[in-house]
Every structure is written in structure tokens, then in C-alpha cells.
Design a protein around this ligand. Structure first.
Ligand SMILES: [Zn+2]
Length: 167
């Protein structure tokens, strides 16, 4: 092997190492973000309900979507579960069929459909202006509290694609 080639492959190796280090750094950063997020959620809330939604719904929040896609939904839920246990919080899951997004929280009216790009909508029944994510979170809270109050078990399917943040 000529010295030139050796040098070339050495440079390639260095470049590859650089890329690998960068990927590791990004992964660490996302892991860190996910840990901070789940810790904050558990600290600030006595009860947390989770809901399964289509992954595309989460793409609206780019930073969150990337962090969770990188670590996996299972990891986000795993962190929430053990942190809830540590801090004596309640955690529950809502069945995926529940129309949390399309249901008007103030009056219960359910829209036929609500395209993803619509971030807020006015209820045709009661004229309330509903912010998409906040309205959905309120619905999830209401169902979660009902399930809790009635002592019913919620869905066993715990794949997490959305968080309802409850104060
Ligand atoms: Zn309404």
C-alpha cells in the first residue's frame, strides 16, 4: 500500500468517526430532551393520561417528534411509568378509538373529520373555538378521570403517541 493510500483511508476513517460521533451526540441530545420532558411532565402533574394516535399527528411538533422517534414511543412511556411510580403519580391510557380530537370538549359534539392541518376549529353546535391539542387533552383528561372514578381498566395497549398533560 502506498503512503498516499494509507493517508487517504486514514482520512476516510477519521471522517467516518466524525460522523459516528455526531450521530451519537444527536442521539444523546434527544435522549436528554426526552428525559427532561418526561421528568417535567411527572413533576408538574399528579395524573398523566396517554393516548394512542397516528404518528403523523405528532409531526406537528417537530422537536418532540424527532426526540420520540429517535428513542421510541416505548421509551417515552417507560420513562413516564417509572417516574410516575417514583413520584407517586397516577398514569393511565385512553383507548385509541376515543375521538379526542374531533370531540368538542365544552358540548360533546363530534365532527365527522378534522384534517391534520386544522389546528383550531369552531364547534358548529356551541360555537366554541377549540385549539386542536388543548381540546384533545381536555377530552382525554375527562375520559381518564371517568375511568379512574369508575375503577374501570383502561386499554391495555400502551403504545404512546400522544401525551395529555393534566394540571
Ligand atoms: Zn361544542
Amino acid at each position: 500500500m502506498s503512503p498516499k493510500k494509507e493517508k487517504g483511508s486514514n482520512n476516510r476513517y477519521k471522517a467516518r468517526l466524525k460522523v459516528a460521533k455526531l450521530h451519537a451526540k444527536i442521539a444523546d441530545c434527544r435522549k436528554d430532551f426526552l428525559h427532561k420532558l418526561t421528568t417535567q411532565l411527572v413533576r408538574e402533574n399528579q395524573t398523566i393520561y396517554t393516548e394512542t394516535l397516528a404518528v403523523k399527528n405528532m409531526m406537528a411538533n417537530h422537536k418532540l417528534a424527532k426526540a420520540i422517534a429517535d428513542c421510541g414511543w416505548g421509551e417515552a412511556l417507560r420513562q413516564l411509568e417509572y417516574k410516575c411510580q417514583w413520584h407517586n403519580r397516577t398514569i393511565g391510557a385512553i383507548d385509541r378509538w376515543f375521538p379526542s380530537t374531533k370531540r368538542c370538549n365544552p358540548c360533546g359534539y363530534i365532527l365527522d373529520k378534522l384534517p391534520l392541518e386544522v389546528r383550531e376549529w369552531t364547534c358548529p353546535s356551541c360555537s366554541s373555538l377549540n385549539l386542536r391539542d388543548l381540546n384533545a387533552a381536555k377530552n382525554i383528561l375527562a375520559v381518564g378521570q371517568t375511568v379512574l372514578a369508575c375503577g374501570l381498566s383502561s386499554s391495555g395497549d400502551m403504545s404512546l403517541t400522544d401525551l395529555a398533560i393534566l394540571g
